[in-house]
Design a protein around this ligand. Structure first.
Ligand SMILES: [Cu+2]
Length: 142
């Protein structure tokens, strides 16, 4: 911080005390801006995105259009319980709509909340034929 202010001062032709002072103030303002924008980003990350979990699943929340999902965001899968489920699977199972591994997490309430961790996530419905009919979604969280 102090060295950054000095470096800015060095490039000023006059190099007077007032110049150094305002350069330091500018650096301080910049730091405050960076800190406050980081806080805003953290707050924006805690979003809940409802998903219409169907044969053509889509994110209902219009704010999600063109948005990046972030670690900490929650997906809320909405569907009729008993008719579908949500299973988080690996990429291979997702790609071929295979049988989920025994350890795969199964959600079946019809209003399932999944908080995203960083990385790529794969969800399918494991009811016979549903995944192949389109009931699958892959979501990346930054
Ligand atoms: Cu289904």
């Amino acid at each position: 911080m102090a060295s950054a202010a000095a470096a800015v001062g060095m490039y000023r032709r006059d190099g007077d005390q007032q110049g150094r002072g305002s350069a330091a103030a500018a650096v301080l303002c910049l730091l405050l801006l960076i800190i406050s924008s980081e806080n805003t980003a953290v707050q924006a990350a805690a979003a809940v995105y409802s998903i219409d979990w169907s044969f053509s699943p889509k994110v209902i929340n219009p704010l999600a259009n063109g948005k990046t999902f972030r670690a900490g965001d929650t997906l809320l899968f909405k569907y009729s319980p008993g008719f579908h489920n949500v299973v988080e699977v690996d990429k291979a199972t997702y790609d071929k709509c295979g049988t989920p591994p025994a350890k795969a997490k199964v959600y079946a309430s019809g209003s399932d909340r999944v908080t995203l961790t960083k990385g790529q996530h794969y969800f399918i419905c494991s009811f016979a034929g549903h995944c192949k009919a389109g009931m699958k979604i892959s979501i990346f969280a930054a």
